[in-house]
Structures are given as C-alpha cells and as structure tokens.
Design a protein around this ligand. Structure first.
Ligand code: PLP
Length: 287
C-alpha cells in the first residue's frame, strides 16, 4: 500500500508529494507545525494540539488554512488513507507561496497546508523506555520565541545530531544562568531525592508541550509533589530520576546526563508509572 499525503487541497502519493520552490516554509522557515500521536486508532490530545496550532499561527499573523473542523476532517482522512493505527500525524502550515521577498506576501495569499501520517511501532519506544536514554547538555542558542512551534528548527537539528554522535537520545539546552530550558524536541523533567517532580514553567524559554501538560494533569490526579521551576544541570545530575516528554516519545526515562549516571542507572519508578498511565489521562479522539 502506498503512503498518501495531503498537499494544498489534494491527496497525493507520498513519494510524489511536493510543494512549490517559493513556498515560504521552504524559503524562510515561515511556518508552523504540529505532531499528534495516534494510539490504538485514536488521535491523542487533538484539541490541545489544534489549540496550540491556532496560537502559533496567530502569533505569526498567518491565517488558518481552513476551518478547524475541516482541518480535523482532513487529518482524519490522511490517517485513514494511510491505515495508521499506531503512529503520528504531522500538520504543517506556512505563509504560502509567493515571489521571494522577506515582507509578508500580498493580502489574499493562501497559507499552504501539508498533512502526513505514518505508522510507528509502539514496541520501539517501549523498549527504549525499559532501558532509559541518555541526554547531553548544550548551550541555549535559539531565538526568544520558542513558544511558537515554528518549522525553523536548525539549532534543534544540530544539537540532536550532536546527541546522536555522542550516543545520546536528546540534547538539553542550558540557558545563560545554567538552567535547563528543554530538549531539542522534548520537555525536560527531574524528580528530586525528596520525590518532587520539577519542570520549567512554560512562560519563557520552552515550548508549552502538550505531553508536559498531560503529565502535569496526571501529577495532580495522583497527588504527587510538584514544583514548576527551572532546574540546573547540577541538580539534574544529582536527581533521583529524570525524564523527557513529547508526543512522539511520551514519557521517556533519562538515565544519563552527559557522563553522569542518574539514580541507579535504570529507569525510575515515577517515570515508568507516568509512562504507563499516560493514555488514561490524555484525550483520545476516534479517527
Ligand atoms: N519542546 C520542543 C522543542 C519540541 O519540539 C517538542 C515537540 O516536538 C516538545 C517540547 C514537546 O511537545 P509535545 O509534548 O507537544 O509534543
């Protein structure tokens, strides 16, 4: 079965799907995206992902490419046509196609929309979670507006590659004051030796992760001790547990930060429990 993508009004074979060379996403990274998990045939936390998409677009003065209801329909159609039961759906909206010029294109230029979906075997993530992953730390070098889920991801690309070359899964950006902001594609968490979960507030320096939000809801539900504050690399290295969160990785235990082993070097019980209960708390929408 061939994969199908949605590109600007048409469902096309993935292998032949293409956008115009003057798409502003291609020329200027002038666009935003979202990734939702698909779990057991359901879209996970669609409402929150679409809320964040609308916010990202608003912050950049890009119009919604179609109504939210229509967008949800197209997203479902792409998932259905690709027969994805477990995997991801990816949405990208750019400011559209126009002659290359930094300033916004003429009024009436239609935003461009691409939606793809692909299967991911859940065992792969579960196996990684059983062993835990390593992270490296790198200086924060991104722009101020990382709260916008922009397709401009060059710093993230470079640090994720650096992590891979170091045998790690993720890179944690560290700000000028020594505090961890977030990972290249995940939010960062620690659990202190007195069993308090700590993650940076979403006001500044990070993307307000949807998975992060759901984990916060879980923490509340379970009555766990929690502190929304920045933490340093040193604190992370002395933590009882650490983990990262994202729609693609869910809750992923971290067992190593740079060369320091966290806890006993095995995934901690909090992180593993949060991972196993995640879909009890997230919103699941039928395809
Ligand atoms: N931070 C960054 C920089 C990301 O790219 C992502 C996800 O792609 C996240 C955090 C986690 O966000 P979410 O939980 O909504 O997937």
């Amino acid at each position: 079965m061939s994969r199908i993508a949605y590109v600007n009004g048409r469902y096309v074979r993935h292998a032949e799907a293409a956008v115009h060379i003057e798409d502003r996403g291609y020329q200027f990274a002038d666009g935003v995206y979202e990734v939702c998990e698909i779990w057991r045939g359901k879209v996970v936390d669609e409402r929150r992902h679409l809320d964040r998409l609308e916010r990202s677009l608003r912050e950049l003065s890009i119009a919604m490419p179609m109504s939210r209801a229509a967008l949800a329909q197209v997203m479902r159609e792409v998932i259905r046509r690709n027969r994805v039961q477990s995997g991801i759906v990816y949405l990208q909206v750019t400011r559209g196609v126009a002659r290359r010029d930094h300033v916004f294109p003429p009024a009436g230029t239609k935003p461009a929309l691409v939606i793809t979906s692909r299967a991911v075997r859940p065992e792969v993530g579960d196996k990684a979670a059983e062993a835990g992953v390593g992270v490296i730390t790198v200086p924060e070098n991104r722009w101020e507006r990382v709260d916008i889920k922009s397709v401009g991801l060059l710093p993230n690309v470079l640090v994720k590659q650096k992590a891979k070359e170091a045998g790690a899964k993720e890179a944690w950006f560290v700000d000028a004051d020594g505090f961890v902001t977030e990972g290249g594609s995940t939010n960062a968490w620690i659990i202190t030796t007195d069993n308090t979960l700590v993650t940076r507030p979403a006001e500044h320096g990070i993307l307000a992760g949807i998975t992060r939000r759901v984990v916060l809801d879980m923490i509340e539900r379970e009555g766990l001790s929690f502190d929304e504050r920045p933490f340093t690399v040193e604190e992370a290295k002395n933590a009882k547990e650490a983990f990262i969160t994202a729609a693609t990785t869910l809750v992923m235990p971290v067992v190593k930060v740079d060369d320091t082993v966290i806890g006993n070097g095995h995934p901690g019980s909090f992180a593993s429990e949060l991972r196993s209960k995640f879909h009890e708390v997230s919103e699941l929408e039928p395809v």
